[in-house]
Design a protein around this ligand. Structure first.
Ligand SMILES: [Zn+2]
Ligand SMILES: [Zn+2]
Length: 262
């Protein structure tokens, strides 16, 4: 198994066991990550196969990799998702294929199954430098350089040991790679005026902040790795779910919901 997935799984297991909040979400996410890691491994270990970049050509492989994830959601998911997974397990292959194509062309954070399966597919594509084709995405500095999707989470880290404050990166909601981004800019609309940008902390999650914009009313969570170096942005973002509640109550909409729907 790759270190990327191991790292996410270990952190989700740790927080699900030792943290006070978001236990149910993290327990489910830890299982989901295992199912995604299995999908990734199935691509990686497939003999004489590399992704083509075109989902249509790779459809049979991607679709056959999904069964374990659907079964995982039946066993561990919340009731509504578990029922949906059962329906998809029994559905004609064409129905599932359509879900995947729709997401490929026009990703939306409410399509749980397509997003869950295409994350490891796109991550493997990024690692093999296979350019995705047939995605109709806007592009620009606020979307992933590799696959064009929106950011899931923002994080700060020191790239040089002497730096006083960290660099900011955005982590892609689809291929899970990250790209460098300017520090004081809205990741949704590009607003740069500091008076329009707000940062909100709570003492419980002092290394996590809400990065909100009053121009477009959107927000993203930021994980500060200069304060907690062993945090794992994708997982700690879910752990800090109570901050999302706060942001919603204050009228902000998340740029991209995470896989547990928060
Ligand atoms: Zn991406
Ligand atoms: Zn904005």
């Amino acid at each position: 198994m790759s270190t990327f997935w191991d790292k996410q799984i270990d952190r989700a297991d740790y927080l699900a066991t030792n943290a006070s909040g978001a236990k149910e979400l993290l327990t489910f996410y830890a299982q989901l990550l295992r199912a995604q890691a299995e999908i990734y491994d199935s691509f990686r270990s497939r003999k004489d196969w590399l992704p083509s970049g075109d989902l249509e050509s790779d459809l049979a492989v991607v679709q056959s990799s999904m069964i374990g994830l659907l079964e995982c959601v039946v066993r561990h998911g919340p009731q509504s998702l578990a029922l949906e997974a059962q329906v998809l397990l029994a559905a004609e292959p064409g129905v599932v294929a359509q879900e995947l194509f729709d997401y490929w062309r026009n990703p939306t954070d409410t399509k749980f199954f397509a997003k869950s399966v295409l994350q490891p597919y796109l991550h493997w594509m990024a690692e093999t430098s296979t350019t995705p084709v047939g995605r109709e995405l806007a592009g620009g500095e606020r979307t992933c350089r590799f696959c064009g999707a929106k950011p899931q989470v923002s994080f700060l880290q020191s790239k040089e040991p002497s730096a006083e404050s960290g660099n900011r990166d955005l982590l892609c909601a689809n291929c899970l790679c990250s790209w460098e981004f300017r520090r004081v800019v809205c990741a949704n609309c590009g607003e740069e005026r500091p008076a329009k940008l707000g940062y909100f902390h709570s003492p419980e999650f002092d290394y996590v902040r809400i990065e909100a914009c009053d121009t477009c009313q959107h927000y993203i969570k930021g994980i500060d790795l200069t304060r907690l170096g062993h945090a794992v942005p994708l997982v700690d973002e879910i752990y800090a779910a109570p901050l999302d509640l706060w942001a919603r109550e204050h009228g902000y909409k998340k740029i991209e919901l995470n896989l547990v729907g928060v």
